[in-house]
Ligand binder design. Structure first.
Ligand code: ADP
Ligand code: MN
Ligand code: MN
Ligand code: MN
Ligand code: MN
Length: 354
């Protein structure tokens, strides 16, 4: 544990007026493809257009994104959100990364996704992503709310729970929810999850590339909220081995033709296309997912592809309502909690629509 800094003293400084200067927090995906990095600069005018913001740079040799002898990586602003931490007119800026010649760096997954989304603009693709996460004490090993070195009672009472003995860390889920609303992220809900100390939030339906941008910024906000409470958040797909649920990132997907009368056949067509590329999708759906997709704990085994109406043991689920209405959406249950939403949404488009 480190020294607790005084929130009261901090609040005194944060209450000082900032004049006509605005703070822009540039955010990007780091070298592991899962970590987020950020740094701030002062701006002198307000804007809602990312193209009006300056391209910036960072030392890629410190994030595993460039060699030391040619270390500069460029940050291109792509999406702007109100900053729930600094408040006022300050902003969060989701960026992607380029080499000095403006070609994308190896880890830039946004560009390919944006290109795929551009091609299918007329289909108006919607994504609703269910982000599951698990909280840990600051020691990094004790799941939040669990007895030190021991185990809580078996799973059952924790999912969508209420009560001190069942719901661990609600402050974080609630604070994150409100912060996302402030940031104009299309957050659609939260719920307690099956594993004690595990929670879920949903972002969507969001259109095209906005889904990936909003998901990454929602994860940034989650980390900042947890930092404020001195709690650690894990997006590991199987944070606790054994008879405990893992964490997924179910991706609900539809196009306008799927949402219109007769859309059911287009949903089935998309699912058959996914069957044909199952192995490629699994390979891209998150690191360590093989520890989660065992066929137990509401997952389908990763070795084969399946789909079914209302079936939460299948790779993809068709909601009961979609069958009844003859249109709607489907849920790809395979992506893990640490998946890259640019990769997953882009691949769904490439496989199902291109
Ligand atoms: P589950 O029943 O699997 O727990 P959730 O309610 O947690 O599902 O999440 C469903 C997500 O799908 C929400 O974010 C919701 O906004 C989104 N969604 C709803 N309709 C559509 C649609 N037509 N296309 C894509 N996503 C959708
Ligand atoms: Mn859900
Ligand atoms: Mn869930
Ligand atoms: Mn779950
Ligand atoms: Mn789901």
């Amino acid at each position: 544990m480190h020294t607790q800094l005084s929130e009261e003293v901090f609040a005194r400084f944060m209450a000082l007026p900032q004049g006509e200067a605005y703070q822009a927090e540039y955010i990007w995906i780091g070298g592991t493809g899962q970590d987020l990095r950020c740094k701030t600069r002062t701006l002198n005018k307000k804007t809602n257009n990312p193209d009006d913001l300056p391209v910036w740079n960072f030392d890629g040799s410190s994030t595993g994104q460039a060699p030391g002898d040619d270390s500069e990586v460029l940050l291109k602003p792509q999406a702007i959100f109100p900053d729930p931490f600094r408040g006022g007119d300050n902003i969060l800026v989701m960026c992607d990364c380029y080499k000095p010649d403006m070609t994308p760096i190896k880890g830039n997954t946004r560009l390919r996704c944006a290109e795929a989304m551009k091609k299918v603009e007329s289909l108006v693709p919607w994504f609703g992503i269910e982000q599951e996460y698990t909280l840990f004490e600051a020691d990094g090993v004790t799941p939040f709310g669990w007895p030190k070195g021991g185990f809580p009672g078996a799973q059952g009472p924790y999912y969508c729970s209420v009560g001190t003995e069942n719901a661990f860390g609600r402050h974080i889920a609630e604070a994150h929810y409100r912060a996302c609303l402030f940031a104009k992220i299309n957050i659609s809900g939260i719920n307690g999850e099956v594993l004690p100390g595990q929670w879920e939030y949903q972002v969507g339906p969001s259109v095209g590339i906005e889904s990936g941008d909003q998901m990454w910024v929602s994860r940034y906000i989650l980390q900042r909220v947890c930092e404020a409470f001195g709690v650690i958040v894990s997006l590991d797909p199987k944070p606790i081995p054994g008879d405990w649920n893992g964490s997924g990132c179910h991706t609900n997907f539809s196009t306008e033709p799927m949402r219109k009368p007769g859309g059911f056949t287009i949903i089935i067509d998309a699912l058959e296309k996914l069957r044909a590329r199952h192995a490629e999708h699994i390979a891209a759906y998150g690191e360590g997912n093989e520890r989660r997709l065992t066929g137990k704990h509401e997952t389908a085994s990763m070795d084969s592809f399946s789909y079914g109406v209302a079936n939460r043991g299948a790779s993809c689920r068709i909601p009961r309502a979609a069958e009844k209405d003859g249109c709607g959406y489907f849920e790809d249950r395979r992506p893990s909690s640490n998946m890259d939403p640019y990769v997953v949404t882009g691949m769904l488009i490439e496989t199902c629509c291109l």
